[in-house]
Write a protein that binds this ligand. Structure first.
Ligand SMILES: NC(=O)c1ccc[n+]([C@@H]2O[C@H](COP(=O)([O-])OP(=O)(O)OC[C@H]3O[C@@H](n4cnc5c(N)ncnc54)[C@H](O)[C@@H]3O)[C@@H](O)[C@H]2O)c1
Length: 316
């Protein structure tokens, strides 16, 4: 199958690209390398991904639309986005450039290219806003009430993909991802507490916890997420959570990483950040039914993978 992956040079996107190539699909990528990196595609190159398959373009540009139309993908997997809650709160216009204008460029191009399906990376950690704790883990019928401009754009994205599908006859699915972690997550980025903490702990530096650290997230391993995306090429529609159903506090993540890195260090606390929710976990019943997908990697198995990758990459 011909599959075009936007954001394919990013953390999650590059794992999706690898998995697609292993399964024998023809893959092209549109990525402006703003937060992604060419080295994320090293494994893809070893699997046959060529330079000409990468279009280093801003998804909001007309040139990106033309690249998508020329590639005539059967499925567009749309992961390119401004990925940080904090950036979206500082600069909502920057967020909207990629996450609203860019999204519309990709969707109109997919429609014009005659694509069969769009698979969109939404965000289960932000679209639901601050849930009633008694309703955790959340099902997809929970109210959507984002607390950040990033979350709002990911809610809009899922709605927009659905409307495009209704109007133009494409299939669609929006995967509402938990907090994804694993090798290749940028430890210099503004999102991705596991990568950031792991690198700082390995370097013997303090980790900053915003707020009391009792806020929880649903951490899901990147290989499992890539598996969900590949299954979604020809299964599933509408909004589907991709998480684990397990809540883990930031303090517990810090402790697990410190153990793995072999350090003893207490985190430094700073005031909580705007736009962040207090507690979240995502029910995965619909993913099991619609995609035949279940998370396979508990945090206890994923954390050592991240630490080992940072050590190997010389980043620790
Ligand atoms: N990492 C998570 O925990 C998580 C959780 C929920 C949703 N998501 C979503 O998954 C997707 C991938 O996130 P990630 O964690 O891999 O982040 P990432 O920053 O590694 O990947 C995003 C990729 O998109 C590219 N990109 C950004 N803006 C672009 C633009 N205007 N034009 C072309 N390319 C552009 C970047 O260069 C990068 O390669 C994003 O849509 C993100 O919102 C991530």
């Amino acid at each position: 199958m011909r599959v075009l992956v936007t954001g394919g040079a990013g953390f999650i996107g590059s794992h999706v690209v690898d998995r697609l190539l292993v399964e024998g699909h023809r893959v092209s990528v549109v990525d402006d390398l703003s937060t992604g990196a060419l080295h994320n595609l090293d494994r893809a190159r070893a699997l046959g991904f060529a330079e000409a398959d990468l279009h280093a373009l801003d998804i909001a540009s007309e040139a990106a639309g033309e690249a998508i139309r020329s590639a005539r993908p059967e499925v567009v997997v749309h992961l390119a986005a401004q990925p940080s809650v904090a950036v979206s709160m500082r600069d909502p216009l920057l967020d909207a450039h990629s996450n609203v204008t860019g999204l519309l460029r990709v969707l109109t191009a997919a429609r014009d290219a005659g694509s069969r399906k769009v698979v969109f990376a939404s965000s289960g950690g932000t679209i639901y806003g601050e849930p009633d704790p008694s309703t955790l883990p959340l099902t997809e019928s929970a109210p959507l009430a984002p607390r950040s401009f990033y979350g709002l754009s990911k809610k809009y994205g899922a709605e927009c993909v659905r409307l495009f599908a209704e109007e133009y006859g494409l299939d669609q699915v929006s995967l509402a991802l938990g907090n994804v972690y694993g090798p290749r997550q940028n430890p210099q980025g503004e999102a991705g507490v596991i990568a950031i903490f792991a690198q700082r702990l390995l370097a013997g530096r303090d980790c900053v916890v915003f707020g009391d650290g009792l806020n929880t997230r649903d951490y899901v391993y990147v290989d499992d997420v890539a598996d969900a995306f590949v299954r979604a090429l020809d299964r599933g529609s509408g909004l589907i959570n991709v998480g684990t159903g397990v809540e883990t506090s930031v303090l517990d993540v810090h402790a697990a990483l410190a153990r793995e890195a072999g350090t003893v260090s207490a985190p430094v606390h700073e005031p909580a950040l705007a736009g962040e929710v207090r507690r979240i976990s995502l029910g995965v019943g619909r993913a099991a039914d619609a995609l035949g997908w279940r998370p396979a990697t508990p945090l206890a198995d994923g954390v050592p993978e991240v630490v080992a990758w940072l050590r190997e990459a010389g980043r620790g």
